[in-house]
Design a protein around this ligand. Structure first.
Ligand SMILES: [Zn+2]
Length: 118
């Protein structure tokens, strides 16, 4: 599939992405962290805070999903399957991996899934 130097580069990027996501999750102070100051919060700002909280839950959910994708990509790398589409086994184009090293499907399967979900 791809040669070792290329795999090593993608692995490095996956590990960096993973580290970033983990540091955000551990600290709990992502950009949308909510601080509830009970004494100061009026009705409106409490709604704001709840909205912020919902957004931060959503952001966390997305981080978890990205993390899972990265872990799966690293596992595929360990098995020597990295760079193959998980659906059809065809090679995933280099340009797609470069955009997102955790990507798991070739352009054809991705297009099919997108159509299916509409
Ligand atoms: Zn495919």
């Amino acid at each position: 599939m791809y040669d070792e130097a290329v795999l090593a580069m993608f692995k490095q990027r996956l590990l960096e992405m993973r580290g970033d996501l983990l540091s955000l999750d551990d600290s709990g102070v992502g950009p949308a962290a909510v601080e509830l100051d009970q004494s100061r919060i009026g009705r409106l700002s409490r709604m704001d805070a709840l909205q912020d909280q919902a957004m931060s839950v959503e952001a966390r959910r997305r981080r978890r999903a990205s993390l899972r994708g990265i872990d799966e990509a690293l596992q595929r790398m360990g098995k020597g399957e990295y760079g193959s589409c998980v659906h059809c086994g065809e090679p995933v184009a280099y340009g797609r991996l470069e955009l997102d090293p955790a990507i798991e499907s070739c352009v054809h399967c991705a297009a099919e899934m997108e159509q299916g979900s509409r």
